[in-house]
Design a binder for this molecule. Structure first.
Ligand SMILES: [Zn+2]
Length: 264
């Protein structure tokens, strides 16, 4: 183990001091280490890398359909966030039942999801949930937690931080955009997503049907989306309890003429 240069000790304590305390959209206190611009840059670079490594769908109708749903969801975002990024969506040629949204406004949908999310409302439910993670800064939170754990470990060594630890800090931060979310974050993304889809004019109740499809569609092997997410029963109960508020959002959206009409 190498001795920690003094400069690095200062660096570590400085980043601890710089950790900002912010609030999620649901007023939960969050510790975030990285700037929004930093997270956006990571999200955009991860997205570009995925586009280089994974082929996009060749199904033009499906691609147009996914773009149409994304356009409506993006249109319903708070204006400052909508205008801050170059929002983009890619339909990937993959049988995986999955989707993601990254800081910096990049959304990915896998073809396999379209067999489970069978109409525009259900697809909007998944997309809005993923965008909900972005709105609530969840990647920053996860990357920060991971880095703080690593810094804490280094400081505990007192005499020094090994090169491995430093590597772990930068790796955790680098991978921050793809760390799995925890239960609290998942519930938060459900709530934020439900509001977002309703504001876009999609039927919020379809989010419950979506999770039913998801639970049934997996057969022996549950869809990937479920393996990292809370049990369908828990999530359906939570969504049901939020439905009256979402219906009010939907009424307001429809009063503003928001009736999405995306057809595959
Ligand atoms: Zn999620």
């Amino acid at each position: 183990m190498k001795k920690l240069p003094t400069k690095l000790i200062f660096l570590s304590s400085a980043s601890l001091l710089l950790a900002a305390c912010v609030s999620s959209p649901l007023e939960r206190r969050q510790v975030v280490l990285y700037s929004e611009a930093d997270m956006a840059a990571r999200g955009i670079s991860a997205y570009q890398q995925m586009r280089e490594e994974m082929p996009a769908s060749e199904d033009l109708n499906a691609t147009r359909y996914v773009q149409c749903v994304a356009d409506h969801v993006i249109e319903a975002l708070p204006r400052d966030i909508r205008d801050r990024y170059d929002w983009e969506v890619t339909l990937f040629a993959s049988e995986q039942v999955n989707a993601f949204a990254l800081p910096g406004g990049k959304i990915g949908v896998y073809e396999g999801l379209l067999d489970i999310a069978i109409n525009q409302h259900q697809l909007a439910a998944v997309m809005s949930h993923e965008v909900g993670h972005v709105l609530a800064n969840h990647s920053n939170e996860r990357a920060s937690q991971s880095a703080l754990r690593n810094v804490g470990f280094g400081v505990a060594q007192i005499l020094g931080v090994s090169d491995n630890t430093l590597e772990a800090i930068s790796m955790g931060a680098q991978l921050g955009v793809f760390l799995p979310f925890n239960r609290t974050q998942e519930s938060e993304a459900d709530v934020v997503g439900l509001t977002l889809m309703a504001r876009a004019g999609f039927e919020p109740e379809e989010s419950i049907t979506l999770w039913e499809n998801m639970a049934m569609g997996g057969g022996e092997r549950p869809p990937e989306l479920l393996s990292t997410h809370p049990s369908p029963a828990t999530r359906m109960n939570e969504l049901a309890s939020r439905m009256p508020a979402a219906e009010i959002e939907l009424d307001a959206a429809q009063a503003n003429g928001r009736y999405p009409d995306c057809i595959r």
